[in-house]
Design a protein around this ligand. Structure first.
Ligand code: SF4
Length: 407
């Protein structure tokens, strides 16, 4: 998870009366601690998450009986479903038998949350939408700033403001949406007053791939900042895209099992309706800002584009999203596409197999996958070569981009 999303989830927990903090950022120590419990064959996100949790256990005064780690899970072939059981083993090895790993699952109707479920789901969703939007503002403005660091600072303050509103228990749930929308309006003002030069030449690069690795700056060696240093502007796929996809999957499953007209389907439709409503309201102040960088109105706009390459009915998870999003980004006029994936992740491996065909079918747009395994590589060299290809493509491309700079 990105720092922004983790911060807003922590705020959600705080609103519900549970003290919470985002895990610390990854560093050398993260991998060193994780390596005491791993064989090296685990996914990089598993090692980074475990290592960061372990860093907390090393903090002075850490009391396992008063701590819990939040580690969402999922079903299916992806190894994410194994993270929580794997971590329980690791903590058991350390003698922390009772250390709680809060791992809500759709299997038991998210029973871990008890009566807090409705508030958690609503606030958690607002947090995801808000943190996605602020990150998008960061990546829109930062490549054009006149003074390095100013946009990072506005982002940090805006995220803090948004999270403080989210966790403020004096603002009741029914007034949260309006208060958070107002916070995003303040953020917009903050970004707009940063001195920038929109005339700087920048190549727009779509960034897709495995959700954790593409969001975790430690795991991907801060690829986006390096890309910006080489004249790029990143358009990173949101976290909310994954939530829309899981909704779609749930609907497909219900239809498949003849439950198209069931209570579960009605619940799902209502959930989607509420999520859309919240998203629309929250993002209204930023609509003009994101002109030319619009996310699809519906995840099916992505899935229909992956149909020929990795159809969502057969190829599940991020691989189908990555293939479809690559085509979507091409349609929006980006100059190149980067996929960030952990080494050995099947999603990346499968998507990589179809990228050459996607590129051929779309004017040979450069698409390059970057794998990460926790070791440092000379990323800059490879990025420089990629940017040269993107520059060449930019000169001859047929799909033009709608310039989005405003104010
Ligand atoms: S998507 Fe890949 S890296 Fe991420 S948890 Fe699943 S298998 Fe591991």
């Amino acid at each position: 998870m990105s720092y922004g999303a983790a911060r807003t989830f922590a705020a959600t927990f705080k609103y519900l009366g549970i003290d919470a903090e985002p895990v610390p950022a990854g560093d050398e120590k993260t991998l060193e601690l994780a390596s005491r419990h791993t064989s090296g064959e685990e996914c990089l996100p598993a090692r980074v998450t475990l290592g960061n949790f372990l860093k907390i256990t090393e903090e002075p005064g850490f009391d396992p009986s008063k701590a819990a780690f939040f580690m969402p899970t999922s079903e299916g072939p992806c190894r994410l479903g194994q993270y929580a059981p794997f971590m329980r083993f690791a903590f058991k090895d350390m003698g922390y038998d009772d250390l709680m790993i809060l791992s809500p699952s759709s299997k038991d109707g998210y029973g871990d949350f008890g009566g807090l479920l409705e508030s958690f789901v609503k606030l958690g969703w607002m947090g995801i939408v808000g943190s996605d939007a602020l990150r998008k503002m960061l990546y829109k403005y930062r490549p054009y700033e006149n003074e390095p660091g100013t946009v990072d600072e506005v982002y940090r303050k805006s995220l803090e403001d948004f999270s403080e509103v989210l966790e403020d228990r004096d603002i009741p749930l029914k007034k949260k949406l309006a208060a958070l929308t107002f916070s995003l309006e303040r953020a917009r003002t903050g970004f707009r007053v940063v001195p920038v030069d929109w005339e700087k030449e920048r190549l727009l690069i779509g960034v897709i791939g495995e959700i954790f690795c593409r969001m975790s700056t430690f795991s991907n060696q801060d690829l986006i900042r390096k890309l910006e240093g080489l004249g790029g502007q990143a358009w990173l796929s949101d976290i909310s895209e994954w939530i829309w996809y899981t909704n779609e999957e749930e609907g497909d499953k219900l239809s498949l099992y003849n439950r198209k007209f069931s209570l579960d389907m009605i619940t799902l439709m209502m959930k989607k309706y509420v999520q859309h409503k919240y998203e629309k309201k929250l993002l209204a102040p930023l609509e003009e800002e994101f002109a030319g960088l619009e996310e699809p109105h519906n995840v099916n706009e992505i899935l229909k584009r992956s149909l020929y390459y990795l159809p969502s009915r057969g190829a599940k998870g991020e691989m189908t999203l990555s293939a479809g999003k690559a085509v979507y980004l091409y349609d929006k006029g980006v100059d190149g596409i980067i996929d960030i994936s952990p080494f050995t992740c099947m999603n990346g491996v499968v998507a990589e197999a179809v990228y050459p065909e996607i590129s051929r079918d779309h004017d040979d747009i450069p698409i390059r996958i970057f794998y990460f395994d926790g070791s440092t590589t000379n990323l800059e060299n490879d990025l420089e070569i990629f940017m040269e290809l993107a520059r060449n493509y930019n000169r001859r491309k047929k799909k033009l981009r709608l310039k989005n700079q405003t104010v």
